[in-house]
Ligand binder design. Structure first.
Ligand code: NAP
Length: 248
């Protein structure tokens, strides 16, 4: 039976790497994006080139109605969702909290924390074996920032990911008996475009020497543990927050 994976923020970075690796491992994939439809379509093409089905679906995860539409559309086009990866996220522009932009703080918490909550809620309603679903697995993107705190950088982002850790633990317990496993991956410094969007071009190169392994990670190096957590090999793993940070 083909399994269906929904990846929020599947158009770029870690989410895109998850979509491509998932296709290689036999998943059909729904590629969610917020603004960059062309990037999402390129990822979908790569999935199709690997022999799997793919659709792209625009939705802002911070909007609960859009999230319901995202799941409805995925189910209509590919079938019920078996796996969910919550990778859609932002940091806001790097600053000390005292200087931070209020709108930036609100947007970051809305997308990272409320967006993950809304997507997990929708998945739980549909996957739960107590509600007629066939079970499934969820992997949330936390961050090493959740435990490091990101001082002088983006404390609000770190806090938004601390909440992701908490909701991962809580939901894993709530639905543990309903056929749903819920885990998180907490990446360290990963070489994607998120750092440019934070207003910090060159951030990866300047911070890499502080990482115990001496380098940033790649999106693919995060995608592999995510796919493992989704797989049956991780059948007894739930409520875990797996650090993928090169020792950081
Ligand atoms: P990225 O390259 O900037 O990609 C972000 C993705 O999120 C894009 O596909 C973007 O879609 C999507 N997105 C943004 N706002 C959204 C919204 N409101 N609704 C739906 N999708 C939205 O970022 P990344 O580095 O891959 O990060 C992916 C996740 O890993 C994030 O949750 C991030 O916090 C986490 N993480 C990253 C790092 C790192 O160093 N890179 C470290 C720890 C944790 P559009 O292109 O359409 O806007």
């Amino acid at each position: 039976m083909t399994r269906v994976l929904l990846v929020t923020g599947g158009s770029r970075g870690i989410g895109a790497a998850v979509c491509r690796l998932a296709a290689a491992q036999g998943w059909d994939v729904a590629v969610n994006y917020a603004r960059d439809g062309a990037a999402a379509e390129r990822v979908a093409e790569a999935v199709r080139a690997a022999g799997r089905r793919a659709v792209t679906v625009q939705a802002d995860v911070a909007d609960p109605a859009a999230v319901a539409h995202l799941f409805d559309r995925t189910t209509a086009l590919l079938g019920p969702v078996d796996g969910l990866v919550n990778s859609g996220g932002i940091t806001g522009r790097s600053a000390k909290l005292a200087d931070a932009d209020v709108a930036d703080i609100e947007r970051t918490v809305r997308i990272n924390t409320l967006g993950t909550l809304f997507c997990c809620r929708e998945a739980a309603r549909r996957m739960s074996t107590e509600r007629g679903g066939r079970g499934g697995a969820i992997v949330n993107l936390s961050s090493g920032a959740a435990t490091l705190g990101s001082p002088n950088d983006f404390i609000w982002y770190a806090a938004s990911k601390g909440a992701v850790d908490t909701l991962t633990i809580g939901l894993s317990k709530e639905v543990g008996g309903e056929g749903i496993r819920v885990n998180a991956v907490a990446p360290g410094l990963i070489d994607t475009e998120i750092h440019d969007a934070a207003g910090m071009p060159g951030r990866v190169e300047s911070l890499a020497p502080q990482i115990p392994m001496g380098r940033a990670g790649s999106a693919e190096e995060v995608a592999h543990p995510i796919l493992w957590l989704l797989s049956d090999e991780a059948s007894y793993v739930t409520g875990a927050i797996m650090r993928v940070g090169g020792g950081r």
